[in-house]
Design a protein around this ligand. Structure first.
Ligand code: ADP
Length: 281
C-alpha cells in the first residue's frame, strides 16, 4: 500500500482521516470500550526504567481522578504486574464465540485496568520463545480484545527497540503522543536518539524525555550526586532535541515499595512526578 488514498476505496482507511490513517494502514481502536487518549512510554533500551515510569504516570493519573488502563507491550519482558503487585492474579478469558475470546483486565488496588502477557500465562517465569510476527499478533490482540471500558488514558509500556513490534504499535494504534525514558549515559542516549528519530518519522508528537536514575540525593545535605555522568539532564534533552519533562533520582524507597507490591501507595505527588503529569494532561 502506498498511501491513504489508495486504500480508502477498499475501506481500510480514509485519506481524510489523518489521525487514524498512517501510510495506508488503518489505525484500530479497542473493540470493547472507548479510549480517549493513548500515550506510549518508550526507551529503546532495556533497564532504563520505562516500565517504572509507565507505572508512575498511571498511578499519578489515577490519583488525579482519571480512568486509566495499562497495556504491557513488553511481551518478552513483561514487568507491569510486578510493579502493581498483582503478579499472583490472572486475567479472565471470556469466550465470545467458538473462535474468539475477550480479556478481562486485572484491576490494581487503585483501579487501574492492566493487561499483560504475564497475566494470561500460567507461570510468570515461563519464557516467551516466539518469533516477531507472533509477538506482534499477541500484542495487537491484547490491545483490541481487552474489555477496557471507558478510559481517559490508555498507557502503552512500549516494546523495546525500533523493530517490528514497536513499528506495529505506532502504525496501527492511534497513539496521541509519546514519553521517552532515558538514563544519563552516552551509550543509552545514542540508542534513545534512534527511537526519537523513529517516532518523528512516524509523525507522532513527543511530549518529552524523563531522565531516570539521574542522581542520588545526599541524605545529609540534599545535594544531587551524579553517578553515571557529569552531564545534566538538560544537556541530554538538548542532544535528543526534545523537552525535558523531569529528572528522577535513584530511589531505594521506590524499589522497596516495588518489592513489596505497594508502589501505588508509595507514589506521592513529588515534584519530579508532577512535572511529567502536567505535560500529559
Ligand atoms: P525497563 O522497563 O526500561 O526495562 P524497569 O522499569 O523495569 O526498566 O526498571 C529496571 C530496574 O531498575 C527495575 O528493577 C526497577 O525497579 C529499577 N529502577 C527503575 N527506576 C528506578 C529508580 N528511579 N530508582 C531505583 N531503581 C529504579
Amino acid at each position: 500500500m502506498s498511501n491513504c488514498d489508495s486504500c480508502a476505496s477498499n475501506g481500510s482507511c480514509s485519506s481524510n482521516d489523518k489521525d487514524n490513517c498512517n501510510g495506508g494502514i488503518k489505525k484500530t481502536m479497542p473493540k470493547y470500550g472507548s479510549v480517549k487518549n493513548i500515550i506510549g512510554i518508550i526507551s529503546g533500551k532495556g533497564g532504563v526504567g520505562k516500565s517504572t515510569v509507565t507505572g508512575i504516570i498511571a498511578t499519578e493519573l489515577r490519583k488525579s481522578g482519571y480512568k486509566v488502563g495499562v497495556l504491557d507491550g513488553d511481551i518478552t519482558g513483561p514487568s507491569m504486574p510486578r510493579f502493581f503487585g498483582v503478579n499472583d492474579k490472572r486475567a479472565e478469558m471470556i469466550p465470545i464465540n467458538k473462535a474468539e475470546v475477550k480479556f478481562k483486565p486485572v484491576e490494581t488496588k487503585s483501579g487501574i485496568k492492566l493487561i499483560s502477557l504475564n497475566l494470561l500465562i500460567e507461570n510468570e517465569d515461563e519464557p516467551v520463545i516466539w518469533r516477531g510476527p507472533v509477538i506482534t499478533g499477541a500484542l495487537s490482540q491484547m490491545y483490541t480484545d481487552t474489555e477496557w471500558g471507558d478510559l481517559d488514558y490508555l498507557l502503552i509500556d512500549m516494546p523495546p527497540g525500533t523493530g517490528d513490534v514497536a513499528l506495529t504499535v505506532m502504525q496501527t494504534m492511534p497513539v496521541k503522543s509519546m514519553v521517552v525514558v532515558s538514563t544519563p549515559q552516552d551509550m543509552v542516549s545514542m540508542i534513545v536518539k534512534k527511537v526519537v528519530i523513529m517516532i518523528e518519522k512516524m509523525s507522532i508528537p513527543i511530549i518529552g524525555v524523563v531522565e531516570n536514575m539521574s542522581y542520588i540525593k545526599c541524605g545529609n545535605c540534599g545535594d544531587k550526586i551524579r553517578v553515571f555522568s557529569k552531564k545534566t539532564a538538560e544537556e541530554q534533552a538538548k542532544y535528543l532535541g526534545i523537552p525535558l519533562l523531569s529528572e528522577m533520582p535513584i530511589n531505594l524507597d521506590l524499589v522497596e515499595s516495588l518489592e513489596k507490591g505497594t508502589a501505588e501507595k508509595y507514589i506521592s505527588d513529588t515534584d519530579e512526578y508532577k512535572m511529567i503529569i502536567e505535560k500529559i494532561i
